[in-house]
Write a protein that binds this ligand. Structure first.
Ligand SMILES: C[S@@+](CC[C@H](N)C(=O)[O-])C[C@H]1O[C@@H](n2cnc3c(N)ncnc32)[C@H](O)[C@@H]1O
Length: 279
């Protein structure tokens, strides 16, 4: 099926991150982490130094803990793996023996491979260039699948749910944290949304609220274990962080891209985590 073009600016979400990845929101030199998610801000402050980094780690942990990762999970897949931090975390902190990080940004893949080598985990963690909507993984082969703030980019997210269902083993868990874009409610939101879709590579097929989101996961065959709206622990904190760190937001970015995505700070996107099981 030929899909309509999502973005005039970026050919795919990989091109967006090849561009964005070179100037991450914040670089945490202590553990060589480049931050590319909005964070889970429990007990943290938008104004304290280093707390964006801590909120990113908190989000990683939330998604991993929701998946009940452990050494008995033979094969774990991190979909939309950013700079490889979660794949490393699964191997190092959750003792998973065999982890694959999947991404379509070649820039991030190269950095992820370096990160894995830095931790001497090449025998347990591999990083591959493939799309979440066309996973080159065997049917019924994955024990746990995690996906942190990436599924809103997938073209489409529902296609990814079907791939997740196909590749997970029976009893396998899909643990997600994701941004949710509802349909615009007024004239201003109608102007902002297409610009965000263009600048942040968000396919129109993914514009729906949480109830429909849960419905699409169930349509793919999953049982929902838990779904929680955590917007209040993400959106206000990240916005305060953004407003208090304008230089981090604009540095090395094109002015046209900044203008098209500035609506991100006012559009009422929501944030959720979800845990589902393949029966
Ligand atoms: C907001 S970043 C989150 C990265 C990481 N999970 C984290 O939380 O730090 C979204 C990630 O999804 C990846 N991505 C976007 N579309 C993808 C696709 N179709 N298949 C695989 N990865 C994709 C991007 O390249 C990027 O690494």
């Amino acid at each position: 099926m030929i899909k309509s073009r999502v973005s005039a600016t970026f050919q795919d979400a990989g091109a967006l991150y090849d561009y964005m990845g070179r100037a991450p929101l914040e670089y945490d030199a202590r553990d060589n982490v480049s931050l590319v998610n909005l964070g889970y801000w429990i007990g943290l402050s938008s104004f304290a130094k280093g707390h964006l980094s801590r909120s990113n780690h908190a989000l990683f942990y939330l998604v991993c803990k929701n998946a009940w990762l452990s050494e008995i999970d033979e094969f774990v897949a991190d979909i939309g793996c950013g700079f490889g931090d979660v794949a490393v975390l699964c191997a190092k902190n959750f003792n998973c023996p065999n982890v694959i990080g999947i991404n379509i940004s070649q820039y991030q893949i190269d950095r992820s491979i370096e990160k894995v080598a830095l931790h001497n985990l090449q025998h347990r963690v591999t990083i591959k260039n493939m799309s979440a909507t066309d996973l080159q993984l065997a049917d019924n082969s994955v024990d746990k699948m995690i996906c942190t703030e990436a599924a809103f980019h997938f073209d489409s997210r529902a296609d990814f749910f079907r791939e997740a269902y196909r590749t997970l083993k029976r009893g396998g868990i899909l643990s997600l944290a994701d941004m949710v874009y509802n349909q615009p409610r007024n004239a201003l939101e109608k102007i902002i949304l297409p610009r965000l879709q263009d600048g942040l590579f968000i396919p129109s097929a993914n514009i729906y609220g949480m109830a429909e989101y849960i419905g699409k996961i169930m349509e793919a065959g999953f049982e929902i274990i838990e779904a929680k709206n955590i917007t209040s622990h993400v959106r206000p904190y990240f916005r305060r962080w953004a407003i208090s760190h304008p230089v981090n937001l604009v540095i090395n970015r094109k002015i046209s891209w900044i203008i098209s995505t500035i609506g991100f700070l006012v559009y009422p996107w929501e944030y959720m985590y979800l845990v589902a099981k393949k029966p």
